[in-house]
Write a protein that binds this ligand. Sequence first.
Ligand code: NAD
Length: 256
Amino acid sequence: MGRLDGRVALISGGARGQGATEARRFVAEGAKVVIGDVLVDEGEAVAHELGDDCVFVTLDVTSEANWQEAVNETVEAYGGLTVLVNNAGILGGFNPLVRTPLDDFMRVVTINLAGTFLGMKTAVPAMRESGGGAIVNISSTAGMWGVPFGAAYTASKFGVRGITKTAALEFGRYGIRVNSVHPGGVLTPMTAEVGDDGNSDYYRRIPAGRIGTPDDISNVVLFLASDESAYCTGAEFLVDGGMQAGDIALLPPPRS
Ligand code: NAD
């Protein structure tokens, strides 16, 4: 028996990185999965790999019409919708706040935060029709504390954390749970694009001693999508190797 038997999931940004790993894991656990992304070739390749249990749809998360089409196609393909993972996101580069153009700020906030809002807005009516389910919103450790030179990303991910709590309050009565996941550094194309290969001293200084993997995150997303987390809603789940616990460099040397 799979942990997601009978579930139908829609995962935004599922063409690569964490979203693609979640799609593979969900299918392995018995779910039907629709992945939506702006990367058509990569998305179709993931869907092809997963066969009849996965469909790719072109989805720009900033478009309400695109979201509605993705939800409709999910219901048409698999007869309902019970899990939404708002995973699509961009980093948007690092800039001092005073030199961040408004257009750049708005682009990051529109994709990361408005995209999550639109995902919930369009998916929840179909999830209610399907008898309820679970929403997992991918925020970041940047939704827990400030990141220098990342004003837009930090604002967007704090927003995702906040809207998750509002949604949990509103949707509980429909049997829909809503939680946010806050990854630390994870080795994906996003980190590769900014030259982070996980080999810096920074990761050696966190308690886990390494960068995260997409599997580390999908383990937690799977838990939150399944009934194993039936009593969790409106909560935030740090998956950061202990980064938030403090600075390991401040430890006194061991006595023996
Ligand atoms: P990634 O760049 O590999 O994947 C992000 C996916 O989102 C891509 O497939 C991309 O095409 C898609 N996407 C971007 N804009 C889109 C749009 N407008 N519409 C639809 N899809 C769009 O990065 P990832 O690391 O897998 O990131 C997944 C999520 O995890 C993101 O929300 C990211 O902010 C978050 N996150 C990542 C890290 C990290 O270190 N990698 C850390 C914390 C949080």
